[in-house]
Design a protein around this ligand. Structure first.
Ligand code: WT7
Length: 704
């Protein structure tokens, strides 16, 4: 049966594909002989082994890094495109692979080193043996006290403390699907995600440190549970880990029969061992919600076998993790980077993974480098936003500390070549190889990156496809944009890979529409070749095959490496009764890459004296419905929004105004006059010098 796909892009105003990009070509940097000598991947034969003629069997190499309860029969099943199935017939447990299997050799080695934010609290190490004990005891509690079994969902709203991976691995041990919501998200955002996943159990914490303050986190749980209830899901039990023994960081009261302190229940399960449940390779391991171009966040559903194989392969070959390494990824476990590259990948390889609770610049700009020195970290992983912030607040700080990285990662946003060079020269002291890894929540692991010992680095470019990933750039018509043409287009992945999400939780249609409808020419086809994955990023490919990522081509704003949907923020604004229309656009920010700016049109009859109060309300509602990360730079009250004749709101024009860019041709709008009056409000009476602006902003909002 042919599946009918909703039509996309009836109107494309400007597309990334039509923009010519004029980059200065950057020079190559080469890894040191010392790095190459110890690298996990120094055999150039990898390119041949993972070439298209060996697809999909090449991915056995990643799956063979794991311990399987039952080996699989079919590497890739393409019978129901684009719902690919990997390692079919195999059985595996992720918790076993990240913990139990290391006990023989590494039981006394640190699995996790926790660094509390207050420097007065010393770092705490958990050995693999200790991790094993804690995961087992907590799994027993989940099974016997909460009655959880494989296939159930649990929402976790926790900060960066070791109890978070313990909780995730305990879920994985039972086959319970965890859904970790970033700790900085509001209670409401957490509650909506809990409801969407149908979680009956919420696991959270009383409080945690952030920028020198012990925050009350329990309050968010009460709001989350209430929000979930309104959305039709009753959270029956809430479990609270405690930040400090015998203290309570929260003042909100416990609800009898619903709220429980973990440390009061856990002693009942002391010493219990829970056998890891052999899960189908295709059983979901976790959900990770992310923003898309429509209002509701999507629950990206990741499979057990393929995901774990893929992140383990990435960690071994691209992150170059050996068991002897001390590896520190500064992301938050509440995002996909933390799942793949703090928890699952490194632990599957028996690495020592560092977890830092707090803010990188607390109490001063030297903190990160002090931690690196103290723990003798040798692999470091962070985002351009953090690099920009550290560069600004302490340009020479790294030189004052005696640490040595062999390897560094940048991920989450495009990195400016200047910032890259500071990372390389000053943070890496010219000794560390850098990988710029491009990928997304949906992808499980890396899509484009250099292979650290094999491919030279090029500042600002992610590099070629990861082994086994065949990227291409397509224009709006689906024609390939050739390497070296100087033209940008939509980057797509031509083939399935084991780390790709299975589906959007509870919404198969949206999965197909969002990622495949744009370029699939024949929806009856069973050939994977007919189903390119549309990533919604603009990119350009240089003659050497390296991809340079330009940013989102849809209505998603990448704030400090975190995705926010414009529609999510807009719907929050519209809950303020005085707001009639809202539009949210990205504005270039020196540190965070992009930040949201909000335009609102008010209901008739609202007088200027009310404006201040409305602005405060809009600000507040964004913080409570989404979180502080979505806080706008400015909120502008405008008389009307620029619209096409068909009524489509032109965010691209507002983005141009907010960023002092050329608006392009506006004569075809239904209301071109409004652009000038909005311009005066945004930029003032004087005509400012206009620029061409970043490529992603020119294309912003062109796909929806
Ligand atoms: C979006 C995905 C995947 C981990 C963190 C973000 C942007 C990601 C890079 C990079 C340029 C990048 C893209 C992508 N992005 N990595 N190395 N260079 N841009 O995950 O929240 O799902 O965001 O982040 O725009 O689509 P995410």
């Amino acid at each position: 049966m042919a599946r009918t796909l909703p039509k996309q892009n009836a109107v494309v105003e400007t597309s990334a594909a039509q923009i010519a990009v004029h980059w200065r070509e950057e020079e190559y940097y080469y890894p040191s002989a010392k790095f190459v000598g110890q690298s996990n991947l120094s055999d150039p034969d990898i390119n041949e082994r993972f070439s298209e003629k060996n697809f999909p069997e090449c991915f056995r190499e990643y799956a063979d890094l794991l311990s399987w309860d039952k080996y699989w029969d079919t590497t890739l099943d393409t019978s129901d495109p684009p719902f690919w199935k990997w390692f079919v017939g195999g059985k595996i447990n992720a918790s076993y692979n990240c913990v139990d299997r290391h006990l023989d050799k590494y039981k006394n080695k640190a699995a996790i080193i926790f660094v509390p934010e207050p420097e007065s609290e010393a770092p705490v190490s958990l050995t693999y043996r200790e991790l094993y004990v804690r995961v087992n005891e907590f799994a027993a509690l989940l099974r016997d006290f909460c009655g959880l079994k494989s296939g159930d969902r649990v929402t976790i709203h926790m900060p960066m403390i070791p109890e978070l991976p313990v909780t995730m691995l305990a879920c994985a041990r039972l086959g319970v699907i965890h859904s970790v919501v970033f700790g900085g998200f509001s209670g409401e955002a957490c509650g909506l995600r809990a409801a969407d996943s149908g979680s009956k159990v919420l696991i959270t914490m009383d409080g945690y440190y952030r920028n020198g303050k012990l925050l009350d986190h329990k309050a968010a749980a009460d709001i989350a549970i209430e929000t979930a209830k309104q959305a039709g899901t009753v959270v029956e039990k809430a479990l609270f880990w405690r930040r400090h023994a015998d203290q309570n960081a929260s003042t909100s009261p416990f609800v009898e029969g619903r709220d429980f302190w973990v440390d009061e229940i856990l002693p009942r399960y002391s010493g219990e061992i829970v056998p890891p449940v052999p899960m189908d390779a295709e059983a979901p391991l976790f959900l990770m919600y992310t923003s898309g171009s429509t209002g509701k966040p999507k629950g990206c559903q990741h499979r057990t076998g393929g995901y774990l194989a893929y992140v383990t392969g990435c960690s071994k070959y691209i992150q170059d993790i050996h068991p002897e390494d001390v590896y520190w990824c500064m992301a938050d476990i509440g995002w996909i980077t933390g799942h793949s590259f703090i928890v699952y990948g490194p632990l599957a390889l028996a690495a020592t993974s560092v977890i830092y609770e707090g803010v990188p610049t607390y109490p001063d700009a030297g903190r990160v480098w002090r931690i690196a020195e103290r723990l003798d970290v040798n692999i470091f992983h962070t985002s351009p936003t953090a690099i920009r912030m550290l560069r600004k607040s302490g340009h020479d700080e790294p030189t004052k500390y005696n640490y040595h990285f062999k390897h560094m990662t940048t991920v989450g946003e495009p990195i400016e070549p200047e910032v890259w060079r500071w990372y390389y020269e000053t943070v890496g002291k010219g000794e560390a190889v850098i990988v710029d890894t491009w990928w997304q929540t949906e992808n499980g692991g890396f899509l484009c990156t250099t292979k650290p010992a094999l491919d030279p680095m090029k500042p600002g470019s992610a590099g070629p496809g990861m082994p086994g990933i065949y990227p291409t750039i397509l224009d709006e018509m689906g024609e390939e944009v050739h390497a070296g043409s100087g033209k940008a287009g939509n980057i797509c992945i031509r083939n399935p890979w084991p780390g790709i999400m299975q589906t959007i939780w509870g919404d198969r249609d949206r999965f197909v529409t969002q990622y495949y409808a744009k370029y699939c020419k024949d929806t009856n086809s069973k050939n994977w070749q007919d189903w390119p994955y549309f990533a919604a990023d603009g990119a350009v490919q240089a003659v050497d095959g390296y991809f340079r990522i330009l940013g989102r081509v849809d209505d998603v704003i990448n704030v400090a490496g975190h995705r926010l949907g414009t529609k999510e923020i807009e719907s929050a604004c519209l809950t303020v009764p005085e707001v009639a229309e809202a539009a949210v656009v990205p504005v270039v920010d020196e540190i965070k890459g992009r930040v949201p700016e909000v335009y609102i049109v008010l209901q008739p009859d609202i007088l200027p004296p009310q404006h201040q109060e409305i602005l405060a309300k809009v600000n507040h509602v964004i913080e409570t419905m989404i979180g502080k990360i979505a806080r706008p730079r400015r909120i502008l009250i405008v008389p009307d929004m620029p619209k096409t004749r068909s009524g489509k709101l032109m965010r691209r024009i507002l983005a141009a105004l907010s960023n002092n860019m050329n608006t392009g041709d506006i004569t075809t709008l239904a209301n071109p006059d409004v652009v000038e009056s909005v311009r005066v409000m945004v930029q003032g009476k004087e005509v400012v010098a206009l620029t061409d602006g970043p490529e992603d902003l020119k294309a912003f909002g062109s796909v929806d």
